[in-house]
Design a protein around this ligand. Structure first.
Ligand SMILES: [Zn+2]
Length: 292
């Protein structure tokens, strides 16, 4: 048993207003009524339980059966979980808008595209609210990507920060995976392509680089990753052990500008700037797929 219990994750929720991925991406707190310490989903490096369902070797599954590439785009948040919100931009809806733009571009190139949600709600079938809704929502996103045997998974977010000067685009990838190298390559490719496309369209977008999300949050020397990118692990819900199934294909989480920065918000409100960034993301995904 390699279960890791981490206390104090409620603090992550307190930061939700400041950070996009903060709410609903990291480990989820267990129901407070049980008095159980919040359970961490992801083990620290080297302690991943690869015997969990759908473990690490499953990347081999991720191939389109009809020769067509399959890409799952995952607009972050949804339902009662808005993500970052400021200056009239609400992240959960902005994320869907980006996903629809990228979907259209990829489909033009013959790629099959799965969206984990297409409107302001959580993925279809997720009706719970609060942390239970967030947990169900995240699990459903992973399930949809795996069910489609996607070649690539891309979670789409925008950022928020208590520092209003923070701005730009960054991409998270996870190194605690069998296909870590591919995750990193995908991150590098989409980041470079997005910056290049935005600049080509005349927009100055800050390049914040790519970031290994294995220790996205640290607690007591242990690492907390992003739910949709991190490896198999164990969690408890109401005291009952429950396996966390990971995405089984290379994936990244993109943070497209800062909703807390007025210059970035101007770009988020500019359809042409959105198109340029979406085009870069689509190109990056295609470059990665063709390089494999
Ligand atoms: Zn977010």
């Amino acid at each position: 048993m390699r279960l890791r219990l981490i206390a104090g994750l409620g603090a992550a929720f307190a930061l939700a207003i400041a950070g996009c991925g903060t709410n609903g991406q990291a480990a989820l707190p267990a129901p407070t009524s049980t008095g159980t310490p919040p359970a961490e989903v992801n083990a620290a490096p080297g302690t991943v339980d690869t015997s969990s369902p759908g473990g690490q070797a499953a990347v081999a599954l991720a191939a389109a059966t009809d020769g067509k590439y399959v890409v799952t785009l995952d607009p972050g948040h949804g339902g009662d979980e808005s993500g970052a919100a400021a200056y009239g931009v609400v992240e959960k809806d902005s994320n869907v808008d980006f996903a629809l733009r990228v979907e259209r571009l990829l489909r033009q190139e013959g790629v099959e595209v799965i969206l984990t949600r297409r409107d302001t709600n959580h993925p279809a079938g997720v009706t719970a609210t609060g942390s239970a809704g967030t947990r169900a929502s995240l699990a459903e996103r992973v399930r949809l990507a795996n069910e489609a045997r996607s070649d690539v998974f891309v979670s789409i977010h925008s950022n928020g920060s208590p520092n209003s000067a923070d701005r730009g685009i960054e991409v998270y990838w996870e190194s605690r995976r069998e296909f870590a190298t591919e995750n990193q390559q995908l991150a590098r490719t989409v980041q470079d392509r997005m910056i290049e496309s935005a600049q080509h369209a005349g927009y100055g977008v800050r390049d914040r680089g790519i970031i290994d999300s294995s220790c996205w949050r640290g607690r007591d020397g242990r690492c907390v990753g992003l739910y949709v990118l991190s490896p198999a692990g164990q969690t408890t819900l109401g005291g009952n052990p429950q396996a966390k199934v990971p995405t089984l294909m290379p994936g990244v989480l993109v943070e497209l500008l800062f909703i807390s920065n007025t210059e970035d918000v101007a770009l988020l409100k500019d359809g042409r700037a959105r198109d340029a960034i979406a085009q870069g993301l689509a190109w990056g995904i295609l470059d990665f797929l063709k390089s494999r």
